[in-house]
Design a protein around this ligand. Sequence first.
Ligand SMILES: Nc1ncnc2c1ncn2[C@@H]1O[C@H](COP(=O)(O)OP(=O)(O)O)[C@@H](O)[C@H]1O
Ligand SMILES: [Mg+2]
Length: 355
Amino acid sequence: MELYMQKNKQNNIFDDINIILDSTIEGIIIIEKGFIVNVNDSLIQILEYKTKDELIGNLATGVLIPSTTEKFIEYNRHIFQEVTLVSNNGDLIPAIIKIKDIKLKNNNYKVVSILDLREFKQKEMLLFKQSRLAAMGEMISMIAHQWRQPLSAIGSVVSRLKFKLATNKIDKEDLNEKLNEVNNYLQYMSKTIDDFRNFFKDDKQKEFLDLNETINNAISMLKPTLESHNIILDKQNIALSKILAYKNEVIQVILNVLNNAIDAIIENEIKEGKITITLEEKNNYQRVYIKDNAGGVPKEIINRIFEPYFSTKINKNGTGLGLHMCKIILEKHLNGTIDVKNEKNAACFIIEFKI
Ligand SMILES: Nc1ncnc2c1ncn2[C@@H]1O[C@H](COP(=O)(O)OP(=O)(O)O)[C@@H](O)[C@H]1O
Ligand SMILES: [Mg+2]
């Protein structure tokens, strides 16, 4: 060891380290007093430079922009800091970093290891798009349910009118009344479309919303589905303070959990299906408890149901994205969490919003 050190004494202290640095997947920058003194091959690739010399000697802040507010992200169970990198041609690259202070031959350096997040972010986007499609599929089936009753009502009004016309038993007043009836049904149908269209609008604006009321909105979209399967929905109504959130996303989370409860009740052929929703407000959080009576989530899978693409609904074309998206939406956008526990013959989902 001693010999080795002596032999290299005259060399730049980074020469030995370079061999090691260049073999890592992470990008590495070594900074002294704010200036880049060394980088590795991976970093050159990430930032699309040709040689190390193009970067060495520059200010580190030229390629590494810290986020305006300190943001941290959990990745592979480690906490990293989120930053943006600037590539050679000016592209902004999302990345996470870890910084370590080291002392070499009495000089202080900062070693910054960098993970390029582009691929990770792209996958996340793809997942988001897929889940949106899945949610749309569920929406369409809800619209179909909403329309079934008014459609058949219109059908019967029309055939009664035809019959009266054929038998010459129609007067003006009668006709007017029937047309009004048809018109009411049509308005109802058109309103359901509007409701769903509003839900899918991409208006990413947080608003102060009443969770109790928002859940009621979600439930009203499901009413026909619940009725057609004779499922009783029992919801507590309580006054809550308003929370700042994306309304559509809150609705999407509630719909996903409710749709799963309905699926479980149908799948397990529960005669008197029942879903119970209770609410709770404490100093720093509001919680929604959604409980069904379909037997609970099987023990063997309960730890996996929030994973993407995990589904037990083979015949029903389950996407396995519903609960995963709930988790992502809650954790990333709504400052919340979702969890599940089994109670007697029941699955209970707990959705929490931090205030
Ligand atoms: N209320 C529930 N009771 C029993 N199992 C459930 C319940 N909710 C979800 N699950 C389980 O979790 C899995 C994942 O749900 P989800 O992510 O919504 O995907 P999908 O509904 O497409 O299967 C379901 O396939 C089911 O096995
Ligand atoms: Mg689902």
